[in-house]
Write a protein that binds this ligand. Structure first.
Ligand SMILES: [Zn+2]
Length: 56
């Protein structure tokens, strides 16, 4: 079942946003989306092969 890549909340619990990355589908919940936008380095270990941009 799809679940948030960060907090593992499932689509049964909350609406999820579907992402694609390197041909794979990932899901994230709205609560975790700001983390992906503003602090992607915090998700680097959650997304295979993901190398976030360096902090400005
Ligand atoms: Zn989440």
């Amino acid at each position: 079942m799809p679940s948030c890549l960060n907090c593992n909340r499932t689509e049964q619990e909350y609406p999820l946003i579907r992402l694609t990355y390197q041909g794979k589908e990932l899901y994230i919940c709205p609560q975790c989306l700001p983390t992906l936008i503003h602090e992607p380095q915090n998700l680097a270990d959650k997304i295979p092969n993901f190398i976030p941009p360096h902090e400005q």
